[in-house]
Design a protein around this ligand. Structure first.
Ligand code: HEC
Ligand code: HEC
Length: 233
């Protein structure tokens, strides 16, 4: 048992000691704000994007920097996870990306608003969050890192958009079928038409019309035809 004076001493030392620790941690955190907040990269676009974020109460469903509601995915690293090109298509029409299955709101953003929102997410993603969120923060499709083990390298567009739903050479999403060897299942004109207008080839299909340009259609068709010829699958 402690005597009365020992107890008092114990109380004083512990209180002063831990107050000191608390004070030091507070000072240390505040000291780091300037270096880690990414404030120097705040542009007008980022600010407009943040206004859109607040005005539409995106936080009613999403979390950002861990704050918000847990209904929809955490978005701190969404640009890194999905890539800008995927986000452009998704924000323009979430339903088209996930026909009939998804709950993300269709906001009818203008192209400029979409760029603002993406800039905002890009800025958020560059804040030094001390490793938050833990990787991977959701099970992402390997959208930006699809690696062809053999055969031709996928065009950038394939890795940023198509791979969200399709796998190729073992990585990517599983919303649609794996695309290895797809050139053996279709002839070239049909494949190109499928990419240009999926519903025109197969009415009611879940594959979105991504409004690809002629150059993108050629590049992707070349890639899909060539990959099947060399992969032998
Ligand atoms: C009613 C709830 C809700 C609101 C409000 C909402 N979202 Fe979403 N959002 C979702 C859901 C659910 C998903 C997951 C994909 C899906 O099911 O459509 C999602 C997905 C996303 C994604 C893709 C995340 C990923 O990695 O796949 C982005 C980006 C996004 N939302 C941005 C926004 C922005 C910006 C706002 C505000 C302007 C917003 N969301 C408001 C429900 C919501
Ligand atoms: C939002 C998800 C999604 C995205 C993004 C997407 N697809 Fe698809 N794709 C599908 C689905 C689902 C199917 C199966 C459709 C069906 O059979 O009705 C499909 C089917 C296909 C097929 C036919 C495959 C077969 O074996 O019949 C090809 C080829 C294809 N997609 C290529 C692409 C390319 C190239 C891209 C990128 C430009 C792309 N897809 C982007 C969902 C997607």
């Amino acid at each position: 048992m402690l005597s009365k004076s020992q107890a008092r001493l114990f109380f004083l030392i512990a209180t002063v000691g831990f107050s000191g620790v608390f004070l030091w941690l507070t000072i240390d955190s505040v000291r780091q704000v300037a270096a880690r907040s990414n404030a120097e990269n705040l542009t007008e676009e980022v600010v407009r994007g943040k206004e859109i974020w607040e005005h539409n109460n995106c936080m009613g469903c999403h979390t950002l920097l861990g704050e918000g509601a847990y209904y929809a995915p955490e978005l701190t690293k969404v640009v890194e996870r999905r890539g800008k090109e995927w986000m452009r298509v998704f924000l323009k029409d979430p339903q088209a990306m996930y026909p009939g299955r998804r709950k993300m709101v269709q906001y009818n953003f203008t192209d400029e608003e979409i760029e603002d929102v993406i800039s905002f997410f890009e800025w958020i993603g560059e804040i030094d969050t001390n490793g938050f969120p833990r990787e991977p923060d959701m099970a992402p499709a390997q959208v930006t890192t699809v690696a062809a083990a053999s055969g031709p390298k996928p065009p950038a567009m394939f890795s940023t958009i198509c791979a969200a739903c399709h796998s190729y050479a073992g990585s990517g999403g599983n919303v649609g079928p794996a695309l290895d060897g797809v050139g053996d299942r279709y002839d070239r004109p049909t494949l190109r038409k499928w990419l240009a207008d999926p519903a025109g080839v197969k009415p009611g299909t879940a594959m979105p019309n991504l409004n690809l340009t002629d150059a993108q259609l050629d590049e992707l068709t070349d890639f899909l035809m060539a990959s099947s010829a060399t992969s032998g699958r």
